[in-house]
Design a protein around this ligand. Sequence first.
Ligand code: ADP
Length: 885
Amino acid sequence: MPSYTPMIQQYLKIKARYNDCFLFFRLGDFYEMFFDDATKAAQELEITLTSRDGGAEERIPMCGIPYHASTNYIKTLVERGYKVAICEQVEDPKTAKGVVKRDVVQVITPGTVMEGAMLLENENNYLASVDKAEGDYMLSFIDLSTGELYVLSVNHFDRLKSEIYNRPIKEVVVSDQLTDKERMTLSDELQLTISHHQLPETIDRASYGDLLVNISHQSLRQAIIRLIHYISTTQQRSLDHVQPAEEIVLSGYLGLDMHSKRNLELTETMMKKGKQGSLLWVLDQTVTAMGGRYLKKWLERPLLDRQALSERYAMVEGLLDQFIERESLRDDLKSIYDLERLSGRVAFGNINPRDLQQLTLSLSRVPTVKETLKTFHSPYLQAIGEALDPLSDLRGLLEQSLADEPPMTLKEGGIIKDGFHAQLDDYRDASRNGKQWINALEQKEREETKIKSLKIGYNRVFGYYIEVTKANLHLLPEGKYERKQTLTNAERYITPELKEKENLILQAEEKSLELELQLFNELREQVKAYIPRLQQLAEKVSTLDVLQSFAVVSEQEGYVKPTLIKEDILEIVGGRHPVVEKVMTDGMYVPNDIKLNSETNMLLITGPNMSGKSTYMRQIALTVIMAQIGCFVPAESATLPIFDQIFTRIGAADDLVSGQSTFMVEMLESKHALEFATNNSLILLDEIGRGTSTYDGMALAQAIIEYVHDHIGAKTLFSTHYHELTSLSETLTQLENVHVSAEEHDGEVVFLHKIKPGPADESYGIHVAKLAGLPGTLINRANVILQLLESNESEQTTNNVKEKTAAFELASQKVDEEDVKNNAEMTILQTDDQLSFFAETTSTSKNKKGSRVEKKLKQLDLMSMTPIDAMNALFDLKKELQKEE
Ligand code: ADP
């Protein structure tokens, strides 16, 4: 680097340590960026790229932003997944010898942002770390703004992906333990910011003790230590608000893989990635930011614990029963601010006086909430009320010390109440008295000089002055006034008396500001000690908020309390899809029933496209999830077992975006279900096999149904348009056919959306095409082709289907069952082999029957015939056939 100037050399040295960040290099009032950072930032932030002489031959690319406007620029970069290292001048430029010392004081990354403007109110913002030991993956994650810290372990990378996807994790800290492929998957597929962090060889593990009290497993502890160590090296701020880590034991919660969460649109829709249209959108009637985040957390982790769920139902019922009390509880909760994030800011040291006032106001509501809860009949609600800690001591302290209308900033004073601190009162008196004295002096001067317009003013440069307009100057006595400043129309003067008072006032003001700042810092330190109690209070308030939200939604939407039973029975009467129902403005949602038990645990759903098959399947899954988070459900009645996991394969529009073929995604998601489902799981498979050729797809669909039926025994809903599959109910005893009905009126199809027993009998594809508005001639043409195909099939293929199935079964027997179990991908390959065998069988059978009619039929170019031509040809063929017979 010899040819660079010392400052650029300093820049390059620091940049080398923060290679994966934009380095914001403080130069006077600007943050400057150089070299590649500058080129990239100029593009991302749409700012002008310039260059400067850095001592070398070539000029250095450079761009900069004013430091006081930096927040928005940082926000933009961080939202796009970048990291920003803030490099400040760490010594006073006036006294510096040579280049001013600079160093990085904070690294802002997507997982570590703390500033309110960069955080979504109702959403956690997690930073995670992944460790790997003996094939297991340990995931630890923290929300720095609230101090929540969790850890969990999984035994498969797919599961790790699901756990990460299921939460608002923005950034993952990894070490060399992960393979390049694994890291790429996290960054590209899950779109996370990746930060590398190796733990130093020697590390003081004891200092993490408090955070690890509830965690015994060594590898889990290691993941937490990596995470916290990363934070302390990048943030250099207090972590006093971080709570002891809580282990999430996944077997204690309903398992939902990432595909299911995405497919079921629990917290965001697939198309628009927004909350609107998701289950969360329907259920969210929370009134606090904490409650909003809590509800999301409940949706991320539905429960398996019967007792805990019954308690939640009982509380929702209690809240439902007492409308007036519930409304007053809602009102009380509305004025409680975000206690968790306020606590976080207290610990981080960026709390302002207005925040503390919000804390005081929030605490002042707690006694009212306690009183309101007493008025409920539900013992569980009463118990929460009793357990609410009003933190009266903290409230007393804040009310005593904090001014009634404190400012946002610490610079202007007015933070501390009069009467709280004697010395502060003295300074304030001195300053206030001084100001009174000045008012009196103004009066006196006016009287003495007879100049009515004489006034005493103040500015920062000249201090206090007496101002007299030029027209009145002749009235001033000689000698007494010393001139300070000349304006166009006036002169400003000072007198020794005024100067003396000015010193007193300014000193008192300065001291008072200094003292206020000191008192505020002391107050903040005192509040720190209350953080654990505040966090407990926050948790109870959040719980209440979510439960009241459930009650409000249940009342508005007509939901009922589910009955959880130990028997293997799922019975929903009059069930509805909560989101589809809500967006249907005409209130015409058609409710449907379902009944599954150990004798019938699979439904094969047939019916035309758009009839409501996937809506029906989704509504069952959503009902289960709602029941297992403690909410009431959209039905007339619902009796449910507790499911351990839900798996779905439902056609998704985003398959195309993810770069994998639809069919591959279909197979991967099916594999997931086949590998992990148990007989207590719920599996939804929508149109499996649709992504490949007909026979291929049908064969796979059948093999999957058989596999689930014979080896898993999970409650399964399988929708298909392969009518051939409906005959499976003859051999698979636990499979039942149902169909979604549609009716035809005057040649138009009307979907009734009603699930009925038995298989569907007709395909309504062409009618749907008509409904979609395809040209009339095209529809006529399709009808002719259909008739042709059907007449052909009716004669030839009825038997083929039976043959196909027989051939298929024969081939299936060859499949080594153990292999299938161990490797679902193998199943797919073997099934392909069976297909060629089965294709041969069918073509042989066709050849046997080969006739002139068939040959002629094959030669017909249907696509270029008019309906009349086709009818004529059909007529000829029929005649010919009769002759042959
Ligand atoms: P399929 O899976 O059979 O192609 P969908 O489940 O996608 O059909 O449903 C198609 C449309 O029909 C949905 O978007 C919805 O508007 C409507 N629909 C589905 N089920 C119902 C129902 N039970 N009541 C009223 N409308 C429904």
